[in-house]
Design a protein around this ligand. Structure first.
Ligand SMILES: [Mn+2]
Length: 309
């Protein structure tokens, strides 16, 4: 499959790379990392990246944007995105050929070609794998993107998705001359209002005797702390520090919907995500509800899951 992707890349003069909405480090790492690799190794090709830029990721990079006309005859690659409705920038279908590169369960089999590796820690790790197979030259820039994506998706190497290959990959990446300290600062420095919201979460979360936990963040609360929905993403793992917690949900209210971030230290939780219009990894998933009354059903499902353990 990797060889076939490389052949497709070599065939097309214009390559447009998409990723998922509400990008994280791995979305940018895989998207911008692949773009950087392609620019280095195929300097005559036109390489574009698209999707709405996320301000908290300013430190990492920015997509270039792309005109509608560029899609004519172009190869489109979507990285790190399991479902078509999560592809940022729905023009992704308007190219000549579409490739999906992802590490989430392959439930939505979109694209003319798919490379899905659920054993990979991150899509960035897959892009590195592709680069090695293609014998592409890496640069400090591409190494930095891929490193950031791997660090982001593995929670600094603590999640079980982290493998020997992950460490071998980052061992090679840190040979390139990028400022790791500056990158870590960009990834983990937190504004004071977000820290204060984290304090609120620690003071107000609920957890039952079986380790089922949750916290509800309403619109009013986010306004009070002056924290955006995007900024709450980095707070999702916080509850994992609570002794005895097994699985938890963070409910975050947006204009007309409530996003649910689900995390688990073992029991498979994406089954709950699927019951509530979502999906994701076995131990890190997301879902959506439209009314706070439905939150109780989600909480009951988590409680039942933890009780079985
Ligand atoms: Mn990812």
């Amino acid at each position: 499959m990797k060889q076939e992707i490389i052949e497709k890349i070599e065939q097309y003069d214009t390559i447009i790379i998409h990723r998922h909405v509400r990008p994280d480090e791995d979305a940018y790492g895989s998207q911008l990392g692949l773009a950087s690799l392609l620019r280095t190794n195929y300097p005559h090709k036109m390489i574009y990246t698209t999707g709405l830029h996320s301000a908290p990721l300013d430190y990492l990079g920015k997509p270039t944007g792309v005109d509608d006309a560029a899609y004519e005859g172009a190869l489109v690659i979507v990285t790190d995105t399991a479902n078509t409705d999560r592809v940022d920038d729905q023009r992704y279908t308007t190219g000549a050929y579409l490739i999906k590169v992802d590490h989430h369960p392959n439930e939505d089999k979109y694209g003319d070609m798919r490379w899905v590796n659920t054993d990979a820690s991150s899509c960035s790790e897959m892009i590195f794998d592709l680069a090695k197979t293609a014998e592409w030259t890496l640069t400090a820039e591409s190494a930095r993107y891929l490193f950031a994506g791997i660090v982001g998706d593995t929670g600094r190497f603590q999640y079980p998705s982290t493998t020997e290959l992950t460490f071998n990959t980052v061992a090679e990446l840190i040979d390139y001359d990028f400022d790791r300290s500056a990158l870590f600062n960009g990834m983990y420095e937190v504004s004071c209002n977000v820290l204060q919201l984290q304090g609120y979460i620690y003071q107000n979360f609920s957890m039952d005797d079986n380790g089922a936990g949750y916290i509800k963040l309403t619109k009013e609360l986010l306004a009070q702390f002056d924290v955006t929905v995007e900024e709450t993403n980095n707070l999702v793992p916080s509850l994992g520090n609570a002794k005895g917690i097994v699985a938890w949900a963070m409910f975050v209210e947006e204009d007309d919907q409530i996003r649910i971030r689900l995390r688990s230290k073992g029991p498979v939780i994406n089954t709950i995500a699927k019951q509530f219009r979502g999906g994701g990894h076995p131990v890190a998933a997301g879902a959506t509800i439209y009314d706070w009354s439905e939150a109780d059903d989600v909480i009951q499902a988590i409680e039942a899951l933890c009780k079985q353990q």
